[in-house]
Design a protein around this ligand. Structure first.
Ligand SMILES: *Cc1c(COP(=O)(O)O)cnc(C)c1O
Length: 377
């Protein structure tokens, strides 16, 4: 059988048992397992607040909207972001009628602090940082820049489930206003679709909980009714969304969380094998990582001259690869940013994502690396 670029590993019997509990209880929606998973995630990461959502995308949308409202940002105000990401990151900014100001990436394919500082204008309100492949990059320097210029900092941690820096989860560092994780089908903690939003400020967490369920304020009936007779007598504080997570997804997440650290440790072993096989080939550039012993390594990325030909060759050998990501300024709605991030634009033409998942044996990783070496030679 061929090798896919991603293949989630589920602990099937345990997942089914957790789902069975929901079905037997007759509780598959909001509450119950979603609350359990929020508590488990806080304990695991050290975040003060955690709210379970139906995706990371929903979380990014809420993050920008809630910060915009809280701090009185105007339409047309700017958020600095990366062109090397999945479009959710930048769509979240556009949806709020704000402008994505693109800054270039560094060698880790994370935002380059020097270019971020250059892209700050009087309209800049925040920075959106993507922990590319689970990498920390120079997030510490970005935090310092945000403090210096009084900017908010949003962390798109879609790839970062399990990443630590000296034992600490980067999203919990002082200076990060909100962190958003993804538990989408092929991420490091796979469910089917879900995500977590972690505000540093508990007031924003409580606003977010209302936004994610149509703006409904449950406190109003909780206060007026001890018997539950008046549950329909809630107030609606915001024009909210249906973005919250459900107990079936949380049941999968609670089970998968038990294995996240060991899964990530196995990813790092495979990364080491790839590195050993590919590092001596001077026609291959391996995208490096800071804190690589604690990185979640959502993806393994190399850059080569003739990327498309390599991808075709590997596909002929039933090894399927990907590109993370196409420079977002190549998309029509972001094309105004063309030419502003030369390094991102150039590297995006050469990067290729090699298979990295829990279904691969050491020998299969070596086999893929050998094919790459044979072709790039
Ligand atoms: C997967 C991903 C998202 C979106 O996550 P969903 O949970 O699918 O909404 C956002 N940003 C990045 C960098 C991603 O890789």
């Amino acid at each position: 059988m061929g090798q896919q670029v991603f293949l989630p590993k589920f602990h099937i019997e345990e997942c089914l048992e957790a789902v069975r509990e929901c079905l037997e209880k007759g509780w598959t929606g909001l509450g119950y397992k979603t609350v359990e998973f929020e508590e488990a995630w806080k304990k695991y990461t050290g975040h003060t607040n955690a709210h379970f959502l139906n995706s990371n995308t929903a979380g990014l949308y809420l993050a920008v909207e809630i910060l915009k409202e809280k701090y009185g940002w105007a339409d047309g105000d700017e958020i600095i972001s990366t062109p090397i990401t999945f479009v959710s990151t930048n769509h979240a900014i556009l949806h709020q009628n704000m402008k994505v100001k693109f800054a270039d990436v560094d060698e880790f394919l994370c935002l380059d602090p020097a270019d971020v500082e250059k892209k700050i204008t009087e309209k800049t309100r925040a920075v959106m940082f993507v922990g590319y492949g689970g990498r920390f990059g120079r997030l510490d320097e970005i935090i310092a820049i945000c403090e210096k210029y009084n900017l908010k900092l949003i962390l798109d941690a879609a790839h970062m489930s399990g990443t630590r820096v000296n034992g600490v989860f980067p999203g919990t560092l002082n200076g990060i206003d909100v962190t958003v994780y993804s538990f989408q089908a092929v991420k490091n903690l796979p469910t089917a679709d879900s995500g977590m939003i972690c505000f540093a400020d508990s007031e924003l967490d409580s606003i977010c909980r209302k936004y994610s369920w149509l703006g409904i304020n449950k406190d109003t009936y909780e206060r007026t009714s001890s018997t539950g007779n008046y549950k329909w007598r809630y107030d609606v504080d915001y024009l909210g969304y249906k973005y919250h997570g459900n107990s079936i997804m949380a049941a999968l997440a609670l089970t998968q969380l038990k294995y996240l650290d060991s899964d990530n440790a196995r990813r790092r072993e495979m990364v080491k094998i790839y590195d050993e096989c590919l590092a001596s080939n001077n026609k291959i550039h391996i995208i490096p990582a800071t804190y690589e012993d604690e990185c979640s390594f959502h993806i393994y990325e190399i850059a080569v001259d003739n990327r498309d030909a390599l991808m075709n060759f590997l596909a002929e050998n039933e090894v399927f690869t990907g590109v993370h990501y196409r420079d977002n300024t190549e998309y029509g709605m972001y094309s105004y940013g063309q030419g502003t991030c030369p390094r991102a634009h150039e590297i995006s033409k050469h990067i290729v994502t090699l298979p990295l998942h829990l279904g691969l044996s050491d020998d299969e990783v070596r086999g893929i690396a050998k094919l790459v070496n044979d072709f790039v030679g």
